[in-house]
Design a protein. Structure first.
Length: 400
């Protein structure tokens, strides 16, 4: 019975993560051209609206993390599911720049922000010794969403138009999220009422003394800033490439079909790497895994930006997926293990703020740089070169 309940709880967390897709860049990017044409907005206007919405979302996530510590992931996921459905409706009613920016805020806050936070928080409260492996399974499952959700978005846009596609995707995701929150997620995973003796023993061996850092205490450690800085750059670099993918590959003469297809390579490689990374982080110190992930992320960014052929575009996106998978396996697991669960929601919320801020600034910085260096591909290469010290810093990561 205990094992069954844990499996159901894991499935619930995976479901909550996957239904965040309508608020993720890999889905929203499929709407941008249709929205721009319908609302008579230039690409720079769309990027500015996305920046404003995402930055506003990031500013709210630390507060959402503190709320998670008080009410738990079940109720937080339920609220976010309703919010995501309303966000899709708001996008479907957008009539200009201001209403579009507001819709982007709601999508990013409830989708990429709060639902992702709820999923990670639920797993961190229930698991310790096997947290890395479970996070790896979550990341691998989400890779499937990354592969499938853009195709669903494109099909809905082509068959129903972007406005109806927006509310259909978000409403469907919201309904699934409510089911996952109230039926699958634990009501209070902090108690771990059904944990087995074997799991408890394993947890005791892994963490003899559970740390209990507050957010302010965590911020005073070097480890926190290495983890958060790496995650923030992951958000910036990954979002820049994903949001501008059609433009990047278009500069090399590659079409929209190639751009959409490369997401499958990204997702497939990410699936494998998150599974492997999750197992590794349960057995090894996280520093080398994080550093390796950063190196592959940088290779993937530059490789995708400079790809002259479809094959090399797929290779670049595959490297990007591996780097993303390894870094994702390390980030959430290590925050919980280094700083404890007592204030995990607030700490994870602060980390999410950094990630979403990076995601907001990535496409904007690429756009600004493009005007100085002769195109978006060169801009992404400059962003890659600027981050070369990060793998060396990650190699020095130690438990505080």
């Amino acid at each position: 019975m205990g094992s069954t309940r844990r499996s159901i709880a894991v499935f619930g967390a995976l479901t909550v993560m996957c239904i965040s897709s309508p608020g993720q860049t890999f889905v929203i990017s499929n709407f941008t051209e249709a929205i721009g044409g319908s609302l008579d907005l230039e690409a720079s206007d769309l990027a500015a609206a996305y920046l404003i919405g995402t930055l506003a979302s990031a500013a709210s996530l630390t507060h959402a993390g503190r709320l998670a510590d008080r009410i738990g992931p079940r109720y937080l996921a339920a609220v976010a599911s309703v919010g995501l459905a309303l966000a899709g409706f708001a996008l479907s009613r957008a009539a200009g720049f201001v209403s579009l920016a507001a819709a982007f805020y709601l999508l990013r806050f409830f989708g990429q922000g709060v639902l992702t936070l709820s999923s990670s928080h639920a797993l961190a409260l229930r698991f310790d010794a096997k947290l890395g492996s479970v996070e790896g399974i979550k990341g691998a499952t989400f890779s499937g969403a990354i592969a499938a959700a853009p195709q669903i978005a494109v099909a809905l846009i082509e068959s129903h138009g972007w406005r109806e596609a927006a509310w259909r995707m978000s409403a469907g995701a919201g309904l699934i999220g409510l089911f996952a929150a109230f039926v699958l997620l634990d009501k209070d995973p902090k108690k771990k009422p059904l944990a087995s003796a074997a799991d408890a023993a394993a947890d005791a061996i892994t963490t003899p003394t559970e740390p209990s850092f507050t957010l302010s205490e965590a911020r005073r450690t070097r480890a926190f800033w290495i983890l958060v800085g790496s995650s923030s750059y992951l958000g910036a670099g990954l979002t820049a490439v994903h949001f501008l993918l059609q433009t990047l590959l278009g500069e090399a003469g590659l079409g929209e079909e190639v751009a959409a297809a490369t997401f499958v390579s990204f997702a497939a490689s990410g699936l494998l790497s998150t599974l492997v990374g999750g197992v590794l982080v349960d057995r090894k110190e996280p520093a080398r895994i994080l550093a390796t992930g950063l190196v592959l992320l940088l290779i993937g960014m530059a490789g995708t930006a400079l790809a002259p052929t479809p094959v090399l575009a797929h290779a670049g996106m595959a490297a990007l997926g591996i780097g993303h998978g390894l870094m994702g396996a390390v980030g959430g697991t290590t925050l919980a293990r280094f700083f404890g669960r007592a204030h995990h929601g607030a700490i994870r919320g602060a980390s999410s703020t950094a990630v979403v801020t990076g995601a907001a600034l990535g496409p904007y910085l690429a756009g600004v740089l493009a005007g100085f260096v002769g195109g978006y591909s060169n801009a992404v290469v400059v962003m890659t070169l600027a981050a070369l010290p990060l793998p060396f810093l990650a190699w020095t990561l130690r438990r505080p």
